[in-house]
Design a protein around this ligand. Structure first.
Ligand code: GTP
Length: 171
């Protein structure tokens, strides 16, 4: 018969990139707004939407807790990497975090799809998705399907297109 399949999607990105705002669009209506569950030393946000379990955490500012949140890598079937398109000064920090993620033993050799949101596309100084993919060096990712979408997490623009691509890669 039909079996309900659960997939885990990790949502990562630097602080202030828009993860919580973005995730609010995927939450069931009674859970809207950031119910952040404080865990030992880092914040992880978890919720379920249909068959998809989302787990979000920040990748910056808590390097000493990295070994704790890295445990989530093993069980994830998809990754959403959120970038603030207007935060040019920290593109290099985002790139470092991406490189660290891609080199992790629980990620490196898996064909796990990665969806990039070039978020805050509405901000005047925002860089295009093409420029961001160059800044992050996405063309070097050869063993994983990836896709980049410009998004506005406040209005929800771009989110559906991105998530449809991701679920299409996972199911
Ligand atoms: P942390 O909780 O610090 O990890 O940040 P976060 O990644 O969860 O970002 P959050 O969703 O809290 O958004 C940070 C700020 O950016 C908030 O003031 C949001 O309203 C704003 N923001 C998020 N997405 C967008 C966007 O697409 N456009 C604009 N203009 N602002 C956005």
């Amino acid at each position: 018969g039909l079996r309900k399949r659960e997939v885990n999607v990790l949502v990562v990105g630097l602080d202030n990139s828009g993860k919580s705002t973005l995730l609010n669009h995927f939450k069931p209506d009674d859970h809207k707004s950031g119910d952040v569950v404080p865990t030992i030393g880092f914040n992880v946000e978890k919720f379920q939407n249909k068959n998809v379990a989302f787990t979000a955490f920040d990748m910056s500012g808590q390097g000493r807790y990295r070994s704790l949140w890295e445990h989530y890598y093993k069980d994830c079937q998809g990754i959403i990497f959120v970038v603030d398109s207007s935060d040019k000064l920290r593109f290099v920090v985002a790139k470092d975090e991406l490189d660290t993620l891609l080199q992790h033993p629980d990620i490196a050799n898996r064909r796990i799809p990665i969806l990039f949101f070039a978020n805050k596309m509405d901000v005047k100084e925002a860089m295009s998705a093409v420029k961001i993919s160059a800044a992050l060096g996405l063309d070097r990712i050869s063993n994983k399907p990836w896709h980049i979408c410009a998004s506005n997490a406040v209005t929800g623009e771009g989110l559906q297109e991105g998530v449809e691509w991701l679920t299409g890669q996972i199911w």
